[in-house]
Write a protein that binds this ligand. Structure first.
Ligand code: 6PG
Length: 264
């Protein structure tokens, strides 16, 4: 029996799959994000944009800050957040904010956005998660924030943001952010909660490389009971998202999809 949430969402079919040649992956996605920013700015004269971490986005972010002259972006109208952050010093090579600062924030043409890094100098990762939740709630004026655009990557194990397989039911918490302790598997992290991801108006998944092909196939084509899928593969949460969801895959990441999806 499908959950009512799943049944409701699957009926809306607000999910698109775009398969892109690897060499065009970054420019195509950067252009899509710029278009989504323009849409949000036209509606509200502001845009709350959540940036993914990891390595895939860096080539996209290097282009994102410099839109074409005929469709400029006033970056001062944007509020930038992180989907998740590692519990490391701001200058660490593992810091997502450092990657974002070096690839996007140093490149924006047309003003500077207001940025909200996770404060990793606080006493504990739990305190940092509470602090980040409070920053977001204050900026967006809600304890159940609805971001305009959320960018996400996917790990080979099916995690997204820092929501990893095997964690307790991630939809239980209504917190905006959560503290995640991976111990020796990858240290502690602050992550947007599943509930926060599900609320976003627009979600763009960016997945590149043959190493992700099997998990992409599982997520997009091997649908089981949603609670089990969420526990084993948190990126399956796309099936419950309220907003418009786009999967941008390079040909490597899409290489195990069936023809049906490839022709989508
Ligand atoms: C992080 C990211 C994480 C990332 C995936 C994919 O902090 O690592 O937020 O969710 O998006 O692990 O990472 P790659 O793009 O490096 O494959």
């Amino acid at each position: 029996m499908e959950s009512s949430e799943q049944a409701q969402h699957e009926d809306t079919k607000k999910v698109s799959i775009e398969i892109i040649e690897t060499k065009l992956f970054a420019p195509v996605i950067a252009e899509e994000i710029q278009a989504s920013i323009h849409d949000a700015l036209e509606l509200n004269n502001s845009c709350s944009l959540v940036l993914a971490g990891g390595s895939t986005p860096s080539s996209i972010y290097r282009i994102l800050g410099r839109p074409s002259k005929d469709s400029p972006i006033d970056w001062s109208q944007l509020n930038l957040f992180l989907s998740d952050e590692r519990w490391v010093p701001a200058e660490s090579e593992h810091s997502n904010y450092r990657m974002i600062r070096e690839t996007l924030l140093s490149q924006t043409v047309g003003g500077k956005p207001v940025t909200f890094p996770v404060n990793t100098s606080l006493g504990s990762v739990d305190e940092a998660a509470r602090d980040y939740s409070a920053q977001i709630a204050k900026c967006l004026g809600s304890n159940q924030p609805c971001f305009d655009i959320v960018l996400l990557g996917v790990g080979e194990d099916g995690h997204t943001a820092s929501l990893f397989p095997g964690e307790s039911d991630m939809r239980e918490t209504n917190d905006i952010c959560i503290a995640v302790d991976r111990g020796s598997n990858g240290g502690a992290r602050v992550s947007l909660s599943m509930r926060t991801l599900l609320n976003a108006k627009r979600v763009i998944f960016m997945v590149k490389g043959e190493g992700k092909a099997e998990i992409v196939r599982k997520i997009l084509e091997q649908h089981g009971e949603i609670d089990q899928d969420l526990a084993q593969c948190p990126a399956s949460c796309y099936r419950l998202m309220n907003g418009r969801v786009s999967w941008f895959l390079d040909t490597g990441a899409a290489s195990k999809l069936t023809k049906k999806n490839k022709d989508a």
